[in-house]
Design a protein around this ligand. Sequence first.
Ligand code: 13P
Length: 255
Amino acid sequence: MNRTPFVGGNWKMNTDLESGLALLQSLSDQIGPSSPSSEVVVYPPFPYLMSLHQTMAQTITSVRLGAQDVSDQPNGAFTGEVSTEMLLDCGVRSVLVGHSERRHVIGECDALINAKTRRGLEAGLQVVLCVGETLEQREAGETDTINERQIRAGLQDVSAEAMSEVVIAYEPVWAIGTGRTASPDDAQKAHAHIRAVLSSLYDDRLAGQVRVIYGGSVKSSNAAELFSCPDIDGGLIGGASLKAEEFAKIIRATG
Ligand code: 13P
């Protein structure tokens, strides 16, 4: 199955305007004018999206712009929220939904994550739906059960047609920002199970087309081994995406 590799750079609540612009420029310099056979998306903080979009529109074609979150509501009295339309105005093409920090630190539930997923897809955005188990759940042998529950809930009422704009990011919570990465074997097993869940929700053909990417302490030193697993189609990168050279090496590891 020919799936275009996907590499996302989740900047989280890092950078300022100046360093964000410099990071994007330097990333573009590193990877050149057209991205090497993979789709590359960066997810900067909301306030910098417009400036980054303007910079990209002028000079950068190899990287697309994403947002770290989105409201499940179209507009109205939702203080602090950011709508799909606002993101589209800023040149955003992709959104992260259900990132573990939003699930476990901020307390988002599966129903809200599903509503955000559907809202993003309806607006024509690509949605990167993030799933993954905590350390406690892993030690209790619940990895597959948790991933399955989060995927079934996150994709509830998402049609097969809309799935062409969905990427699944498997990010074991215990591997995020800890320096501990899932072994390629463990990650591959989780990804294969995720693909089996997609088959049962849709069909084998569709499951074979959806990108399932891995996140959690990915670095240039472990990326190639992870990305060579048959069901791992790239990565969602946190800390290492803040260094252009390191992130570019990770992008090249998909090739
Ligand atoms: P780290 O790469 O810093 O572990 O973060 C992973 C992540 O959460 C990407 O969304």
